[in-house]
Design a protein around this ligand. Structure first.
Ligand code: C5P
Length: 239
């Protein structure tokens, strides 16, 4: 797969015009742009429509986490926006994930629209082993926990998961090559970790089996973002 198909660029800005400017600047190098909480809450669904008008795909990263009925209805709104993928929290449980998937499949068949990929968020890449244990009271290791949450996502029929590069290898081994793995928390030798904790380099992410890597500050916070992306693309091509 060409590097362009592996990269998701996070539009972590609050201004729609600025987000669209980034899409324009990166259009030759990126096909999927991520709209997360900051941009969606500030700019609304119109920004997704604008990205589509630029003929680019959208990963709607709103991490739905609610009762099954609410998540399913939010998912249907995402379907109607025509997003390429969106995500829900695996900690919402199998029933929530399954009902979300089933409603999406049903409406896509009925309305003859392309079904978005649905990903389960496992353990956020900003969380550490200590936080998991001491704050959330989860006694087993992160890897075991991520594997368990991935198992639930797999059981519920989701297309894959969002996880850190540290757990990707074990997810790939357990759930096979068709289960998508999206890895955020990507950092290069020249980018600081910021608030991320379980980071990996682009090369490590691909080696561990990433289908997609999410690039945010490692590109957009650099003095020359296009050059940063170019360096990462070269790293991917030689991975
Ligand atoms: O700038 P940075 O590379 O840290 O951005 C990572 C992006 O991926 C952010 O938009 C963040 O919300 C998102 N993300 C994440 N961890 C997850 C899921 C999504 O960091 N588990």
């Amino acid at each position: 797969m060409p590097a362009k198909e592996k990269i998701i660029l996070a539009l972590d800005v609050s201004d729609a015009a600025y987000a669209i400017d980034i899409v324009e600047r990166f259009r030759e190098h990126v096909n999927i742009f991520k709209v997360g909480l900051e941009l969606f809450v500030s700019a609304g669904p119109q920004v997704v429509e604008e990205i589509h008008r630029k003929e680019k795909k959208v990963f709607l990263d709103l991490k739905f986490h609610d009762i099954p009925n609410t998540v399913s209805k939010a998912a249907l709104a995402a379907v109607r926006l025509g997003v390429y993928m969106f995500n829900i929290h695996t900690t919402g449980g199998v029933d929530m994930m399954k009902r979300c998937k089933d409603s999406v499949v049903e409406v896509c068949l009925r309305e003859d629209v392309k079904r978005p990929k649905i990903l389960g968020v496992t353990v956020l890449t900003g969380l550490t082993q200590e936080a998991l244990k001491n704050e959330l009271g989860i006694q087993h290791g992160i890897k075991t926990h991520v594997k368990q949450l991935s198992k639930l996502a797999h059981e519920a029929g989701l297309d894959g998961v969002v996880a850190s590069g540290h757990e990707a290898g074990s997810i790939r081994n357990h759930f096979g090559k068709d289960f998508l793995i999206v890895i955020p928390g990507i950092r290069t030798s020249w980018s600081p970790p910021d608030d991320q904790r379980r980071t990996v380099t682009p090369r490590e992410a691909l080696r561990e089996g990433a289908d997609y890597i999410v690039l945010g500050r490692a590109v957009l916070n650099q003095p020359d973002p296009l050059r940063a992306l170019d360096l990462i693309t070269t790293e991917i091509l030689t991975a």
